[in-house]
Each structure stands twice: as structure tokens, then as C-alpha cells.
Design a binder for this molecule. Structure first.
Ligand code: PRX
Length: 691
């Protein structure tokens, strides 16, 4: 039974995080969390983090182990990060101050006074040293088809694209919306923006026209870059058509750049510019814009528990250092490795571990355009064999899906190139962990379950870099250097010691953290720094086990995680509330075998609607969500309810609705404080009928 952790371990209230021991045992298999396996060591710190030698020799330290390094990084973050920033980044002007941060005020600045260009660090310096090294391998949707680009070719394409943008008036600081599938051209588009100092805002190319339009408007983007059509799992997706529909409601947009993927005839209007034709004549040089460390690099929208998605802003130097550092250390990336993160560029994982982290380290990075089951569930493993992938980074939802098809699809292919296998986005449950480790990784690869968020810019918790003995346990395990985790209970009680549960917070600022919510700094402060003053609050709950290792227990707010896609329940409710027959809605997550969580909607209908059959209304509601957000947000279950359980002050008791959706009726807790306790009985009855 692959029950998802987030819902089932979800605490009944904001501040009571501990799951019942029965639930914990059932889900995790064993509790507390035992050592699952031991792999060979990744080496001691100084071989993974060469700066350790500098700390020891120049600063009189004696760092011998991961613990020594971690302790030092918290004791002297300025020396730790400052040394790394000097040794790893190429600067036009070196910074004056390493960090200038105050979480209580939501103020974060790193490497001020420094000037650099991100693309010089990601492309130029590798083009100069290793021009013929492959930078990108585009694993196309069509099986057995890949194309490669060397660093020199990427350099030229990026510069040509940058020149196209410049010729059309795109300036430093402009927000450019990118709505494209993963491909060398979309990577070049992101880099072209960074080259000229424009700010990219990549919108996942599965979002609807409405969702795209609202993101374009929120960023006041004047330029959109898109593709004629996308291809995923053999299916054609009309991207340009979606952009046309979105742009119709975005008066700010002045230009739409259209690249080709299928070459299909797409209607080209007044705003549209065919990219390939423009690229052809462009010079392959474009002077990099000199950027300040804290200038914006990109914004990326993500869901929160309330209101519209927020555009999180990441800046130049700190983000790049953090993405590069974590890519190298967590995955134990070695020069000449082939690194495959199969995420889409529309998510932070694609930004940090498909594009910026690997390119910063001069890696060969795979751009995966397809889906894990096309043409069959052997797709990843066939790719691993053909491309000789050394590190594979994917999502638990894919692992759960693939393990259902059995081992034969895996064992057919040679996976001896694999060294590290990683997971991100949701809890990796016990069964999935074991299958990934035993079957895919043949009990010899290091498995890194990594925890992080759009807000954090890069991985904060992971089993690596390793202690020499190299043990692996279920869960993301422990904080990376420079990260001090805190578990909070109630408003002000810090849970010290092991065997503790609490709201997962971070005490120390780190260079990769998002700097603001675009256009709404107060929302940034309120969301992340208000609940526990002086700390960054992640929104997740966590358990620090008997040995001091971390397990994530799930979101503490009304955000759900569908196949690793973050979704605010309020967004889905807003979409459904638009239906004229709907009086009220409440959306919760429920445990889903493959997706981790599915969307479950409770809907009350207006009394005076007549004639329209309920099934039709349900279909219309699903369509509304598809149109306003994306297909992945469409509720799996819609239950018509006579009313919603509310407190006397009118607050919907989602805790009860979650339990009902999860079939945990016997454990509804105290419902006597409800305004109308009978509603619960009716909902439970009806739930049993539809299940
Ligand atoms: O709830 C956590 C979950 O994903 C959320 C962040 O989502 P997003 O910003 O879309 O970024 C996803 C990719 C970095 C977190 O608040 N999450 C992420 N990684 C894990 C996880 N939950 C459990 N275990 C993880 N390894």
C-alpha cells in the first residue's frame, strides 16, 4: 500500500505534528527510522569541498568530518560562504560584504558590492576551457532520439538569442515570460535573458491560458517566448494557441517570440516574431550585462495557501552559488559525469538542477522532454543506458508509477553508469525508497532524498555530502552546510534534542533563499517570517528522529502536492466557485497511490438551480479548473455535500474533510464544536456511497 505521507501523517492542527504511532508504523514500516543501508562513502569533506583545505590551512581550523564542517559553517557563515563565493564564482568586481541579512525584517542580501554575469559563470568560462564538451543532451520525446550541444554551440545560441531580444528592445530588468517545453532553445532563452540582465519568468507549459495570462499580468511582462507546439508522450500540445488566448487578456504584451518544435503551421499575428528566422543572421557574440549581486535573475510563480500564486524572486550571485554548490556536493558530481534531472524547466527543480547548477559546474546536463512511461515504463532506464547517465534525479510520483510495472522494465537495461539517484518534491515512502535503492540502484548507488522548495533556491536537507561511513536512512536526513534547522512547537517553543516533531524552520540565512515576492514584499514577510519571528518558516512539518535525522511529515497549510506539483486548495476553490450553480466549495488533498496526493472537492450547490443534472455540473467544474489552472489540478473526486462542516465562527473545518476524504471516518475527533454537527454525518454517508 503506497499511502502518501503528507496527508496521512498530517497533524490535526497547525501545532500538533506528531502522527499517531500506529499511522507512523503503518506508513514508514519501521519507526523510529532505522539505517536502511550503507553505501560506500562519498569521501571526506575536503575531497568534495576543496575549500576545506583553505579553512584548515589558512584559518587554523581542523575540519575532519561533515559535523566539523557543519558546525563551522554555522559559527562563521560569512567566512564559509565568502570563501566559496570567491573560489567558485567569476566576478567583474569582488563583493564588499558577504551577508547582510535580518530574518525579522525579511531583509536578505548576499555578496553586496559584487558584480558578475551568471551566464559568464555558466557558459563562457566552460566554452573557453572546454569548448567541445557537451553541455546539453536533449532527450527528445521521440524514443531513442537525442541531440547534443557543446559549450561552444550553447554559447553561440545563447548570444544569438540575446541579440534577438536586444534588437527588439528588451532591456535589463524587463520581465520576459517563457512558456516553452524543455529544449536547448528554452535553455538558451533563459540564458539569453540572464545575458542581457532581463528577468525570466518561466511558466510551466502545462498551465492553462488563464493561469499563464495572470502570471504575465502580475509580472507586467511585455515579452513572451513560446513554441509552436510541444510534444509529450507522443501527444501534441498547442502551446502557441494557449499563448494567443492568454495574450488576448494581457495588454502589456508587445512581442511574442515563437520558436519551432513541430514546425506546424500556427497562425502568426502582429505581435508574433518567428525566432529561427531572426536567429539565423545574428552575431554569435553578445556582451554580457554587468549585474550587481542582488539584481533580479528570475521570478517563478508558486502556490501558497491563500490567494493567487506568488512570484518568488531569486537574485544573481547567491542563487547561483547555492545552486552550483548543492548540485556538486549533494549529487557528488564529478567532472565528465552525465547529469540527468528529468524535471521540467517550468519548476524550480528545472531552474536549479537542469540549468543553473549543472552549467555552473561545467556539467553535461540532460534535458528530458518526455514522460516516464513513453513509449513504455522502461524509458528512464533505456535513457540511462544510452546516455550513460551518472546521476538521475526524479520525483517520487514517477518512482511509484514505475514500480507498479515491475522490475523487468528496469533490468532490461544496463544501469552500471549510475552512481547517485535522487528524489525530490514529496516524501519518498518506504516502499518507493526500497525499490529505487534496491532495484534501480542495485543496492550500490547512493540514494539522495532531497528536501527543498521554490523559496529555498536549492536543496537544504539531504543525506549528502557524506560522513565517511556513508549510511543512508529513509528521509532527507540532515541539513547541508550553512543550514541550521529548527523545529518549532506552538508559537515560541523550540523543540530541542532528538525524537522531536515541529514546524520546520531555518535559523540561518543562506545565499539561495528567495529575496521577495514580486511586487509584494509584505506578503513575503507575512508568509515566511511572521509565524516564528527570526526564523524562516517553510510551511512543512518535520520529525527529527532518534538519531537526529529529519523526516518530512508534510505541509502544515492548505497547500497540497499532486505528483510533486504544488497546488493551493484556494486556487482550485476559486476556479470552481465561478460556476453559477455552486454555493460553496472546500478542497482538500487525499492519499493517492501514485500521485502522493489527489484533489478532493466538496461542493454545495445553490438551492434554486433546476434542470441541470449534477453529473453535468461536475464535468463543468472539472473543465473550469482545467481552464483556469491546469490539468493536474482537476479534482479526482467531487462530492456534492448538503453543507460544509464549520465552526460557530464560520471557519470550514478542513481537518474533518481531510479525514473523510482519506476514509478515516472513525477518527474525526471532536465535532461537537461545529455549528451543525449533522452535516458531518451526511457527508460521511454520501462519501461511502460514492466510494
Ligand atoms: O512540502 C514540501 C515538498 O514540496 C514542497 C515544495 O514544493 P516546490 O516549491 O514546488 O518545490 C518542489 C521541488 C523543490 C515542500 O514544501 N517537498 C519537497 N521535497 C520533499 C518534499 N516533501 C518531502 N520530502 C522531500 N524530499
Amino acid at each position: 500500500v503506497f499511502r502518501a505521507l503528507p496527508i496521512a501523517l498530517r497533524h490535526p492542527c497547525h501545532f500538533c505534528i506528531r502522527p499517531s504511532p500506529t499511522i507512523a508504523k503503518h506508513l514508514i514500516g519501521k519507526w523510529p527510522n532505522p539505517v536502511i543501508s550503507r553505501t560506500s562513502s562519498n569521501g571526506v569533506c575536503s575531497t568534495i569541498i576543496p575549500e576545506v583545505q583553505v579553512f584548515n590551512e589558512k584559518h587554523g581550523l581542523n575540519i575532519q568530518s561533515y559535523k566539523d564542517l557543519h558546525d563551522f559553517s554555522l559559527r562563521d557563515p560569512a567566512l564559509f560562504w565568502g570563501t566559496l563565493a570567491k573560489s567558485r564564482l567569476d566576478w567583474y568586481r569582488e563583493f564588499d560584504q558577504v551577508m547582510n541579512c535580518d530574518f525579522t525584517k525579511g531583509k536578505i542580501a548576499w555578496f553586496q558590492g559584487g558584480q558578475l554575469n551568471v551566464t559568464v559563470n555558466c557558459v563562457d568560462r566552460h566554452k573557453d576551457r572546454t569548448p567541445d564538451k557537451i553541455a546539453l543532451i536533449w532527450e527528445k520525446d521521440e524514443p531513442n532520439m537525442h541531440e547534443t550541444l557543446t559549450y561552444k554551440e550553447l554559447y553561440e545560441l545563447m548570444n544569438q538569442f540575446a541579440n534577438v531580444l536586444k534588437n527588439h528592445g528588451v532591456l535589463k530588468g524587463d520581465r520576459v515570460c517563457i512558456y516553452m517545453p524543455v529544449s536547448p532553445l528554452s535553455v538558451a532563452a533563459m540564458l539569453a535573458c540572464a545575458r542581457i540582465g532581463a528577468v525570466h519568468s518561466v511558466v510551466f507549459a502545462g498551465f492553462s491560458a488563464e493561469a499563464l495570462g495572470s502570471r504575465i499580468r502580475a509580472a507586467s511582462s511585455e515579452v513572451v517566448i513560446t513554441t509552436d507546439q510541444g510534444v509529450r508522450g507522443g501527444k501534441i500540445i498547442d502551446l502557441k494557441k494557449t499563448v494567443d488566448a492568454a495574450v488576448a487578456s494581457c495588454p502589456t504584451v508587445k512581442k511574442v517570440f515563437v520558436t519551432q518544435r513541430t514546425g506546424a503551421e500556427v497562425p502568426m499575428g502582429e505581435l508574433d516574431i518567428p525566432v529561427e528566422a531572426e536567429l539565423a543572421g545574428q552575431p554569435t557574440e553578445c556582451n554580457p550585462e554587468i549585474m550587481d549581486s542582488e539584481d533580479m535573475l528570475f521570478m517563478l510563480y508558486t502556490s501558497g495557501s491563500t490567494g493567487q500564486p506568488k512570484g518568488l524572486v531569486h537574485t544573481q550571485a547567491g542563487y547561483l552559488l547555492y545552486a552550483g554548490f548543492t548540485h556538486q556536493t549533494v549529487f557528488d558530481y564529478q567532472k565528465d559525469d552525465i547529469f540527468a534531472c528529468v524535471a521540467d524547466i517550468g519548476w524550480i527543480t528545472g531552474h536549479s538542477y537542469v540549468v543553473y547548477g549543472p552549467l555552473f559546474n561545467g556539467a553535461t546536463t540532460v534535458l528530458f522532454e518526455s514522460i516516464p512511461t513513453y513509449p513504455d515504463p522502461g524509458r528512464y532506464w533505456e535513457m540511462v543506458e544510452r546516455l550513460k547517465v551518472n546521476q538521475l534525479y526524479c520525483a517520487p510520483t514517477a518512482i511509484r508509477l514505475l514500480l507498479k510495472s515491475g522490475e523487468k522494465h528496469v533490468n532490461k537495461y544496463d544501469r552500471s553508469s549510475l552512481k547517485t539517484i535522487g528524489s525530490v518534491g514529496e516524501p519518498l515512502n518506504h516502499e518507493a525508497w526500497e525499490w529505487y535503492y534496491n532495484v534501480v540502484g542495485q543496492k550500490r548507488c547512493t540514494l539522495v532524498d532531497t528536501w527543498w522548495q521554490t523559496e529555498t533556491g536549492g536543496i537544504l536537507i539531504s543525506p549528502r555530502p557524506s560522513e565517511p561511513f556513508g549510511e543512508l536512512r529513509l528521509g532527507p536526513m540532515r541539513a547541508l552546510p550553512g543550514i541550521e534547522l529548527v523545529l518549532m512547537h506552538d508559537m515560541d517553543k523550540e523543540m530541542k534534542g532528538n525524537d522531536a516533531y515541529g514546524a520546520l524552520c531555518v535559523r540561518t540565512p543562506w545565499p539561495g533563499i528567495a529575496r521577495t515576492v514580486y511586487g509584494d514584499h509584505q506578503r513575503y514577510i507575512d508568509t515566511y517570517f511572521k509565524t516564528y519571528p527570526g526564523l524562516y518558516f517553510s510551511g512543512d512539518g518535520a520529525h527529527r528522529d532518534h538519531y537526529g535525522y529529519y523526516l518530512i511529515t508534510g505541509r502544515m497549510d492548505d497547500v497540497i502536492n499532486v505528483s510533486g506539483h504544488r497546488l493551493g486548495t484556494a486556487e482550485v476553490e476559486d476556479a470552481m466557485d465561478e460556476h453559477p450553480a455552486v454555493a460553496e466549495t472546500a478542497v482538500v488533498g487525499f492519499p493517492h497511490d501514485i500521485k502522493g496526493e489527489g484533489v478532493y472537492a466538496y461542493v454545495t450547490l445553490k438551492d434554486d438551480i433546476e434542470g441541470e443534472p449534477e453529473e453535468q455540473i461536475m464535468e463543468e467544474l472539472k473543465e473550469l479548473v482545467r481552464q483556469q489552472i491546469a490539468s493536474y489540478a482537476v479534482p479526482e473526486m467531487i462530492q456534492v455535500a448538503p453543507g460544509l462542516p464549520k465552526t460557530r465562527s464560520g471557519k470550514i473545518m478542513r481537518r474533518i474533510l481531510r479525514k473523510i476524504a482519506a476514509n478515516e471516518h472513525e477518527d474525526l475527533g471532536d465535532i461537537t464544536t461545529l455549528a451543525e454537527p449533522n452535516v458531518v454525518e451526511a457527508i460521511v454517508k454520501n462519501h461511502d456511497v460514492i466510494m
